[in-house]
Every structure is written in C-alpha cells, then in structure tokens.
Design a protein around this ligand. Structure first.
Ligand SMILES: Nc1ncnc2c1ncn2[C@@H]1O[C@H](COP(=O)(O)OP(=O)(O)OP(=O)(O)O)[C@@H](O)[C@H]1O
Ligand SMILES: [Mg+2]
Length: 372
C-alpha cells in the first residue's frame, strides 16, 4: 500500500492538516525545527504503533493538547487511523470505519521503514535493535511469524517466572521443554528469512556500495550455540540461570552482525558509507516485503543531505527508481534534492501530464505543497 492521503491532528508541532501524497516519490523541505521529522514520525506511528524517537506517548501529543489522531487513505482506498489519548490512556483504531482495539490490527496493514540519523544504532546499539529490524521484516514476509513470536514470548515469560521464584522449580522442566520447542520454531523462521535478506542485500549493495559488495559477510547467532542442543545447554546452565533469574539462552538472544572483510561496519566504513549500507539493508527488506505483495512498503528517509555527498545521492536516486515502493524524503535545503529531481523529470515529449513526484514545504508545523 501507499499513503495517498494523510491526516494529522495534534501530532507534535504539526498543524492539523490533510495532505495528498504522490504514490511513489515525495519530498519534504523545511528548516531545522519546522516539523519534517514529526511528519515522518506520524506515518511511522501508523506502521509500528509507536514512535522511533520516544517511548513516551506524552511527547507525541501537541504540548497544549491531550489527544492526537493520525489517519491515512491508502492506494486500495482503505481508511486506517489511530487516536491516542494521554489523559485517559485510550487507544482508538479504525479501519474502514470499523473499530479495533489492538495496535497489531493496524500495523499489519502498513509496512513502514525508516532511515534517520538515529538508525545508526543498528550498528552501534545492542542486539535488541538488530532483532527488531529483522523481526519487522519477518512479521511482514512470513505471516506465521507473529503467532510464533507471541507463543514464544508467553513461554519465555513463564519460564523466567519459574527461574525467579524458588518454589516453582518443579514446573521448570515443563516450561524448559516448551521453551526449547518454541525457540527452535522461531530460529527456523529467522534462518530462512536471514538467507533471503542476505541474497537481497547483495543486489542493493551492488547498487549503493558497489566497491565493497564482494567483502560483505553476514553472521548471526540464533541465541545459543548452533552446534549444540538447546536443552543440553539449558540443563548444563541451570544453576547459572537460577541465580540470574531469567533465561540466558534461546530465541530472544538472536543477534546478527554485518561485516566487511571480517570487521564490524562502524569500524570499517565511513559515516556516509554506513548510511548507504543502512539504506541497502532497508531496501533489501522493503523489496522482500513487496514481493509478498500483501502490502507495498513505504520508505521514509529523514535528512537525506546529512552524510551523503552528491555522488552517493545519485546512487540513492538510482536505487529508489529500481524499487517499487512509496518514498518520502526530507531535506533542509532543496539543492540536496537535485540528483533526485533531474532523474524524476518527465521528458519534454512525454504526453502524460502526471508529475512523477510531489514536493512539500514545512514551516512552523504548517505543511504546504510546493510548485516547482
Ligand atoms: N509534543 C510536541 N508539541 C509541540 N511541539 C513539539 C512537540 N514535540 C516536539 N515539538 C517541536 O516540534 C518542532 C519540530 O521538530 P522536528 O524534529 O519535527 O523538526 P525537524 O524539521 O525535523 O528539524 P531538524 O531539521 O532539526 O531535524 C521542534 O521545534 C520541537 O520543539
Ligand atoms: Mg528532523
């Protein structure tokens, strides 16, 4: 799907508005503090049920208000929206006029990926970031994964409770056996997905970082030593786990590493190259989601001018034209969009009157359409 219409009400500093987006390519220009990231955050919120910048809901509602609403009309003419009220903690989700109570009902319909200056934590942050990244793709590409993950999480919680409380050790072997079974299921799905992601990543690094494409390797840990049986590991580490009070091995410990000539990305690549690698990874995931065809992914790229030189932006523009997704790009200055604009120009002899991108300007939270 793509966002054709976006309505926001009381979201951050954005003035309540309805915008018509281009189904493929959109640019948003504005000064520091104008509201560019807030606009991307509103779209992101629909796809994730949370922000990428804050875990505190209060920060998302306009400082003077207590409730925000974000809704879209997608390319299939569906209407999806969410309202959050921070005073009474109420969540309202509406899909085509029908009410739903769970954010998961909403987010499965909207596949949003974002590349922002914060995305570098995929390399420098802990394993949780990388797990989240991989699991987001899995969630959209392998439809049984969300059920598998939910079941696994329930068992993990029960097993941890057993490890913590001294009087439930008799139940520990029951939950351990279940925990192994669910860990293996999750690990198998991740293994299949990671091999698809690695193959796809090759295609996009060839476009975005052609010089290092050959040197990339991907290593991952399923959460325990792959050569050993999980049950044996857990039995051997029973005392340790009891003293920690939680599970030290299992599918929740999955991690993935991206290496260039056997060195980690943040050591081996410059900031600009790291950003291109991030984009290649995001494009790889977006393309896998697209192939499943349930949803057309939406790609948000915040502050495209940061870290990328002219040549890198030209490579990015070429890669975007290979990807059949909807893209929303923000920039502080219009001139950094030059490589995208010259490629997107409709040829003079083209009969079509349709523009192949749309440009917006944000000023103090007010968004307006820019004519060229
Ligand atoms: N809950 C809120 N209510 C009202 N204003 C807010 C809220 N949260 C943040 N703001 C303000 O919104 C403004 C826009 O922030 P935003 O991060 O969207 O700017 P930006 O255009 O992305 O800027 P930059 O180019 O620096 O990244 C900021 O000045 C910020 O103080
Ligand atoms: Mg910003």
């Amino acid at each position: 799907m793509s966002v054709l219409k976006l309505t926001t009400h009381n979201f951050r500093n954005l003035k309540s508005t309805t915008l018509d987006f281009h189904p493929d390519l959109n640019f948003v220009i504005g000064d520091n503090g104008s509201g560019k990231s807030s606009l991307l955050e509103a779209v992101f919120y629909l796809g994730h049920g949370k922000s990428y910048r804050t875990s505190n809901l209060v920060n998302l509602v306009n400082f003077q208000e207590s409730q925000f609403t974000v809704s879209i009309r997608d390319g299939n003419d569906r209407q999806l929206g969410v309202s959050r009220n921070v005073s009474n903690n109420e969540t309202q989700i509406r899909i085509d006029g029908k009410r739903y109570s769970r954010l998961s009902d909403l987010v499965k319909n909207v596949a949003v990926q974002i590349v922002t200056p914060e995305s570098f934590k995929l390399f420098i942050g802990g394993a949780r970031e990388r797990r989240r990244f991989v699991d987001l793709g899995l969630f959209h590409v392998k439809h049984h994964f969300s059920v598998q993950w939910r079941e696994f999480s329930k068992v993990l919680k029960q097993r941890n409770a057993c490890l913590k409380s001294n009087d439930s050790h008799s139940m520990l072997s029951y939950w351990t056996e279940l925990f192994c079974r669910h860990s293996l299921e999750v690990a198998e799905s991740r293994e299949n997905y990671v091999s698809e992601l690695v193959a796809e990543l090759k295609i996009w690094t060839l476009l975005l970082l052609p010089k290092i494409e050959q040197d990339i390797t991907v290593q991952y840990s399923q959460g325990w030593n792959q050569k050993k049986d999980l049950l044996e590991i857990l039995n051997a580490n029973k005392e340790r786990e009891l003293s920690y009070g939680h599970s030290l091995f299992g599918a929740h410990k999955f991690d993935i590493k991206f290496l260039i000539n056997r060195r980690v990305i943040d050591v081996k690549l410059s900031r600009g190259e790291q950003k291109l690698f991030l984009l290649a990874l995001t494009f790889a995931q977006a393309n896998l989601i697209k192939k499943v065809k349930r949803v057309k992914p939406i790609l948000l790229i915040d502050d495209v001018g940061a870290e990328l030189d002219d040549n890198s932006r030209t490579l990015l523009s070429n890669a975007i034209s290979e990807l059949d997704c909807q893209v929303i790009i923000t920039a502080i200055e219009k001139n950094v969009l030059e490589p995208f604009l010259c490629q997107s120009k409709v040829p003079e002899n083209e009969i079509s009157k349709h523009e192949n991108f749309k440009m917006f300007h944000v000023e103090h939270g007010q968004i307006s359409v820019m004519s060229e």
